[in-house]
Design a protein around this ligand. Structure first.
Ligand SMILES: Nc1ncnc2c1ncn2[C@@H]1O[C@H](COP(=O)(O)OP(=O)(O)O)[C@@H](O)[C@H]1O
Ligand SMILES: [Mg+2]
Length: 527
């Protein structure tokens, strides 16, 4: 009996790489290649075909966070289903969907009967409980380089349903650094192959731009006008991005300013939670327990919140973040807006919202002073505990960039108790800006850190006095906050003659001290 879902009416041309993917019975596949080569399109198309071929199949779409699936994948998926597909009924916004259910169907393939309701579930790694509650036949991981190997293994453990004659998991990504675990897993020569067969743990399929009919006209053997325009964008990317996104190579960034940035350590799964402690409501940072895996930080009370802002409009985004500081003076970036084309009133709304919800004690902003003055008016003249306007301008001046960078490095280092001072919650990013995605620029702090590099000298070696001034907007924002929060502690470390700031003893005291310092300095005549 035929499936009741409408047959695919749109003719799609699938590339040889897509055919390889669909013929493969490998349990793990790395479907990698340059940007916009049709990887995600192919995977969601494959998902639809599996749902129709094998009624009753359960498929999982997973990404680092549930929210990040919305823009990147679900629009594509709903396009591939078409607006009248019964799986989209009842209509919901993609934001609120947990699953798509196909109509009940029966199908016979190779003498085997398949019947049931095919389902596609949507889960972010920020909700591991949901992940652990169901078993799947097929798992597609989008932007898989964002996941840790632990998160991948956790998802893989759910691949045990057995409705299909074979189970498999596909990682969809653009190449990242040469030493990324995904690249190593699929590498013939790497050391983490399967011990018994000595073969790589993943089948690697490399896509190319000619796989995408939007850009390549196979009948003429030539680029389409869109293809030509897109190739020009690719040619203008900086070298490492060009190698990865145009040429599809796994290359490592050299001359990194933040060489101590490590996403496995600095990006953690956790959330803010309001808890009632002896009748007082307090914000807590709670670690998400990835079942069976160790917690990366212990639950802790939030001592105070800070906000930092780097202004921007177009092509550079503005970037604002909410930082939660624990009792030991460690910060977690909890929420981040990294967006283009937003005016001051829009930013003020976001900040007001944060102020209303959280105990925000400091707002550190990029210059100019006039803009910050205007912001203070929009924040209804709210004062900080020292009686100063709550939003203040970040300290700037000769050498302040390099000095600030040093403080951010200090913040990324482990403190005396072995924890980094600055980390990101994996769910921090509030949206992926469409314009930034379009021009393939980083969509938030986690994306900016690894790509921030020193300008090369003539001999090719990095000039360690001169970071390249691009894709550093969240980084500037973090630098303002780091200078504000750890400026003194950092100074204490590099100049041991001064008594160390008792950051880890009494955060309240230290904050007051910081404010006094700042006021003193701002009283000095300007040069
Ligand atoms: N085989 C195809 N047929 C029609 N459109 C395609 C095809 N492959 C890709 N596209 C279009 O090209 C765009 C980029 O493809 P996408 O799958 O997002 O690329 P990637 O995941 O490799 O970055 C998508 O918006 C999609 O509509
Ligand atoms: Mg994609």
């Amino acid at each position: 009996m035929a499936s009741e879902s409408p047959p695919m009416e749109v003719k799609i041309r699938l590339s040889a790489n897509a055919a390889r993917l669909m013929r493969s019975r490998a349990p793990a596949i790395l479907y990698e290649g340059p940007a916009r080569t049709g990887k995600s399109f192919t995977l969601v198309t494959y998902a639809r075909l599996l749902c129709e071929w094998f009624p009753g199949v359960k498929i999982l779409f997973v990404r680092q966070t549930r929210k990040s699936l919305n823009h990147s994948i679900l629009t594509l998926w709903e396009d591939v289903l078409g607006p009248d597909h019964p799986a989209i009924k009842p209509p919901k916004t993609t934001r609120n969907r947990d699953e798509y259910c196909f109509p009940y169907a029966e199908q016979e393939i190779d003498g085997a009967q398949y019947r049931g309701v095919s389902e596609v579930h949507l889960i972010g790694m920020d909700n591991p409980e949901r992940l652990m509650s169901t078993e799947y036949d097929v798992i597609f991981v989008f932007e898989a380089t964002e996941l840790t190997l632990r998160a991948w293994s956790l998802a893989q453990s759910r691949l045990s349903r057995g409705h299909l004659p074979w189970n498999f998991m596909v990682a969809d990504c653009n190449p990242a650094s040469a030493t990324h675990w995904l690249n190593l897993m699929a590498d013939e020569r790497a050391m983490i192959g399967d011990a018994e067969t000595d073969r790589p743990k993943m089948l690697r399929i490399r896509t190319k731009l000619q796989d995408n009919p939007k850009f390549w006209d196979a009948s003429r053997g030539a680029w389409t006008p869109q293809g030509n325009a897109y190739n020009r964008v690719l040619d203008n990317l900086p070298p490492v991005e060009r190698a990865r996104l145009r040429d599809g190579l796994w290359v490592s960034q050299s001359g990194q300013v933040y060489a101590n940035w490590d996403p496995d350590k600095h990006v953690v799964q956790g959330k803010l939670e309001l808890r009632d402690v002896h009748g007082t409501k307090r914000w807590w940072l709670t670690a998400l327990d990835l079942q069976g895996l160790e917690r990366v930080f212990a639950d802790r009370r939030v001592a105070w919140f800070g906000i930092a802002v780097d202004w921007g409009y177009l092509p550079d985004p503005g970037s604002a973040a909410l930082y939660a500081f624990d009792d030991r003076g460690r910060a977690f970036v909890c929420e981040e807006w990294h967006v283009t084309k937003k005016g001051l009133d829009w930013w003020a709304q976001k900040i007001l919202w944060w102020q209303k919800k959280y105990d925000v004690r400091a707002i550190v902003c990029d210059t100019p002073q006039e803009k910050v003055d205007a912001l203070n008016v929009m924040l209804h003249g709210k004062l900080n505990s020292q009686g100063d306007p709550i939003a203040q301008v970040a300290k700037k001046g000769p050498g302040s960039i390099m000095a600030g960078i040093d403080i951010v490095r200090f913040a990324l280092d482990d403190d005396e108790e072995g924890e980094p001072r600055l980390r990101y919650l994996a769910t921090a990013s509030q949206m992926e800006d469409p314009y930034l995605r379009e021009v393939m620029a980083p969509t938030g702090g986690v994306k900016e850190y690894p790509g921030y590099i020193y300008a090369p000298r003539e001999d090719g070696r990095p000039n360690k006095e001169l970071p390249v001034d691009r894709n550093n907007h969240a980084l500037d924002r973090d630098r303002y906050m780091a200078t504000y929060a750890w400026g003194n502690a950092h100074k204490a470390r590099v100049e041991p003659a001064e008594p160390p700031t008792p950051l880890d003893i009494d955060i309240e005291f230290d904050l007051a001290q910081l404010r006094r310092d700042q006021r003193q300095k701002s009283r000095r005549p300007r040069v």
